[in-house]
Structures are given as structure tokens and as C-alpha cells.
Design a protein around this ligand. Structure first.
Ligand SMILES: Cc1cc2nc3c(=O)[nH]c(=O)nc-3n(C[C@H](O)[C@H](O)[C@H](O)COP(=O)(O)O)c2cc1C
Length: 193
């Protein structure tokens, strides 16, 4: 029977902190799925950021994923913390990050990602280019700036379902729990792993 539990987002934050401290290279990453224009699934690795107490993704609006994300009301994220042997599957509603916050954070990006974001203004991310040489040349012609293009964007995630699978069990039976939020209250149910 489902019972009320502590916030699983806290659990996720603690797990990510522990994974980071253990040197897990996946501690700050996730895989985000979307549905392409052909109706087929797609996925890619993104940095899973923390903005104050909220989870956020940053990307460029010229990219295919940006449009794909708007095709559904929620995003599906996968996090695997190898150091802990813990998997999270999140279903999250999302809303836009304040452009001023994006602009501030954008200033901290390394030079090449900043230049790429400006390149996307004329050549959208994930579009083709004639050669790698042409790409490097195009990047070379982008001036240095700390002003973000309008296409730099982000979304804040509001998870409403969190499936946590912990493989690290001495008896070999994985511990799997589904946390679901209704009316801002989290409920926990044990799932068959
Ligand atoms: C470790 C790692 C971190 C990445 N982080 C981001 C990210 O935070 N934002 C982003 O737009 N792309 C990130 N990428 C690149 C994406 O995986 C992807 O290749 C790119 O965003 C284009 O995706 P799309 O064609 O589905 O739009 C990252 C890739 C790797 C391997």
C-alpha cells in the first residue's frame, strides 16, 4: 500500500552528491528522451544542472531537441549513478528558465561552447556542414563575447514521477520504488524490480 514519504528529490540530490564525491563521471549527467518529427524516439546526454533547489537543463533553441521537447507535456530523464549502482527514471513537467538567469550562467561557459552558440544563429545545432575544416573556420570567425544569443535557453524540471532502482542489495534483490506526486505530496510504492 502507498504511504507518504520524504521528498525523493532530496534523495536524488544526496545520491548525486555521494556519486560526485565518489568520482562518478555520470553524477552531473542525464539522458533525455524525445520523440523526433518522424515519431521515432531519440535520446541524448545532457548536463543535469541545479538552479537553487531545482533541476534544470541548458541547451540551444536551434537544436532539434528544443522543438521535440515541446511535443509533449513532460520530459523523460534517465540518470545512472554507477558509483552507487542506482538508476533514476524521472517524468517531469518543465518550464522556461528566466532568460536573465540563462544570460548570467552563459557567461561562465568556455569560449568554444559560447562561440558555437553564436554559430547556431546561422547554422542550427545538429545541421550538416561540408567538412570539419569548414566548421573550425566558421568558429574562428565568431568574435569573443559574453553576451548570450537569444537561442541560449534552459528549462526547469518539475518531476512528478521518480522511479528509483537500487541494485546495491546484499541479497541480490534490487530495491525499486516509485515516487509519485499528487497535490504536492509525494507517495511511495514498492515496485517489482
Ligand atoms: C557529457 C556530455 C554532456 C553534454 N551536455 C549537453 C548539454 O548540457 N546541453 C546540450 O545541449 N548538449 C549537451 N551534450 C550534447 C548532446 O548530447 C547532443 O549531442 C546535442 O545537444 C545535440 O542534440 P540534438 O541533436 O538531439 O538536439 C552533451 C554531451 C555529452 C557527451
Amino acid at each position: 500500500m502507498a504511504t507518504q514519504v520524504t521528498d525523493p528529490l532530496r534523495l536524488l540530490r544526496a545520491d548525486r552528491d555521494n556519486a560526485r564525491n565518489a568520482g562518478d563521471p555520470w553524477a552531473d549527467l542525464c539522458v533525455v528522451a524525445s520523440i523526433g518529427p518522424d515519431g521515432e524516439p531519440r535520446s541524448r546526454v545532457l548536463v543535469l544542472r541545479e538552479l537553487d533547489d531545482q533541476l534544470a537543463l541548458f541547451f540551444n533553441a536551434s537544436s532539434p531537441k528544443s522543438e521535440e521537447f515541446t511535443r509533449s507535456d513532460s520530459l523523460s530523464l534517465l540518470i545512472y549513478l554507477h558509483a552507487l549502482k542506482v538508476q533514476y527514471r524521472l517524468t517531469a513537467a518543465f518550464c522556461t528558465v528566466d532568460p536573465d538567469v540563462v544570460a548570467e550562467s552563459w557567461k561562465l561557459r568556455p569560449s568554444i561552447p559560447r562561440k558555437l552558440d553564436w554559430l547556431y544563429e546561422t547554422r542550427p545545432q545538429s545541421s550538416t556542414i561540408s567538412s570539419r575544416e569548414a566548421l573550425l573556420d566558421a568558429i574562428d570567425h565568431i568574435p569573443e563575447t559574453t553576451i548570450a544569443p537569444d537561442t541560449a535557453c534552459g528549462c526547469i524540471l518539475v518531476p512528478n514521477e521518480i522511479d528509483r532502482l537500487n541494485l546495491d542489495q546484499p541479497n541480490g534483490v534490487h530495491d525499486r520504488r516509485l515516487y509519485a506526486r499528487t497535490a504536492n505530496v509525494w507517495h511511495e510504492a514498492v515496485l517489482i524490480p
